[in-house]
Design a protein around this ligand. Sequence first.
Ligand code: NAP
Length: 247
Amino acid sequence: MKTILITGASRGIGAATALLAARNGYAVAVNYQKNHKAANEVVNQILSMGGEAIAIQADVSKEDEILHLFSVIDSRFGNLHCLVNNAGILEHQMKLVDMDYARLQRMFKANILGSFLCCKEAIKRMSTKLGGKGGTIVNVSSIASRTGAPFEYIDYAATKGALDSLTIGLSKEVADEGIRVNAVRPAFIYTDIHADGGEPDRINRLKEGIPLKRGGLTEEVAEAILWLASEKSSYSTGIFIDVTGGK
Ligand code: NAP
């Protein structure tokens, strides 16, 4: 059974990806930061389908907690085939001129450092040059890396720009180590993240401007993530799948 680690899988896109991964036969490591109950519900749904899953608490903005996360995977599963860097935060809409240093640190640590460090730990376990059997990494970026999200959250957009650069560079760096690195760039997906941005109803405000005239579902993003994580995308590395309703 292949093992997949999905960071931030207690709700939203991560939870949908965890459930789809289980349906596709993966043993799932469900990482979460705070919401123990929601993470356990995802695990219980997978167990009730006859799948295999565990919930692992770890704040991906902290290196020691990332090391703990991977050590639990080592001892429980003994291998890792796929990493989905999905955990991400958004803070209240404002102009850059009003953002303070503490906010920028939180944003860059959770969204950039977390993904970089998780990639590092995954490569140590997957690289064929380091005794591993290869694997796949999928970064969950955002359309914001293309738009820059002016007047809303340039800090968040910039972290997604960093994930895009990470995807391009790392895909080439580990291509001959049996590891493929790709990304999905969602937008306008119905999840709780928009409430964190201070506008829970943001998608409904914007949906007339989306070519498909609706927001997206977490399951629609999960399909793209799982395709990139699987052998079905075996000749693709360093690519981006936009799941944005045509925006
Ligand atoms: P969400 O519903 O807010 O869920 C975020 C998840 O990340 C939760 O499971 C949360 O865990 C976890 N998390 C947050 N900070 C963490 C940390 N420091 N360490 C570990 N886990 C952490 O978000 P979502 O909308 O599903 O977004 C998932 C990803 O898609 C993010 O990277 C986001 O930027 C990206 N994205 C979303 C959209 C959209 O429209 N929704 C669009 C573009 C990109 P707890 O609840 O346990 O704290």
